[in-house]
Design a protein. Sequence first.
Length: 294
Amino acid sequence: MPELPEVETVRRGLEPVLVGNAFARVEQRRPDLRFPLPKRFGERLQGRTVEALDRRAKYLLARLDDGEVLVMHLGMTGRFSIDHANGAVASPGQFAHEQRKVPKHEHVVFHLGDGTAVRYSDTRRFGIMDLVPAKALESHALFKGLGVEPLDDGLSTEWLASKLKGKATSIKAALLDQRLIAGLGNIYVCEALYRAGISPLKLAGSLATKSGMPTKKTETLVEGIKAVLMSAIKAGGSSLRDYRHTDGRLGRFQHRFKVYGREGKPCQRKGCGGTVRRIVQGGRSTFYCPTCQR
């Protein structure tokens, strides 16, 4: 499933196409994706102008001129492609095997006022599209209780330590909890913990003092989370299964993985000499170096 860097890459690909443009017509080729599409979906979008395209966790938020927000989630296999008004075809964001383009999996097409078409296809239909009043967004079921954005200033060493204090779960499980940090997924948690030299098995509470103050490890972890996400965004995300940019290109960050998917391979940390191990935590694969991650 695309994680925060992949969704942010898609957002950046769609932003210059959608923002300032209006929906001239919407083709809705089925009544649902993961959930039923909103009633009168196309009718409600027709004529509306996109004023901004934001991201919250792994959701894209197209803010419309009537006060509603078009909420979009890629699910596991969702992708957007763009047919530009000048005839050029592009595609923002595919997560490491290219899927054959089958028309029956193209479920929604946004025809824009300048002649551009933004097409949404989703083989497994785990994606989401909804229309939500902007004022009700934070209380909506999809967003209520979501944690801090990892690239915002809100994720500080002091804040994280205060949240980890007394937690008896593993640090890996804590970081995957969307109520704590929104948008972090399995790949980037593994990579961030490696950068910070922290074992995924380490108790989350051990990264804070008894009074809830940060430790050196807390500081290193926050730095690692932000650094790995920024590096992944710069590389256009990671292409592992179905993820592509809106222009059709694959992300490149998978070539920079230090531990994810590298089971049995030597640790890349200079002087370590360890071997990457794979374990299962909470039903998810965890990759780490037991020699240098303590």
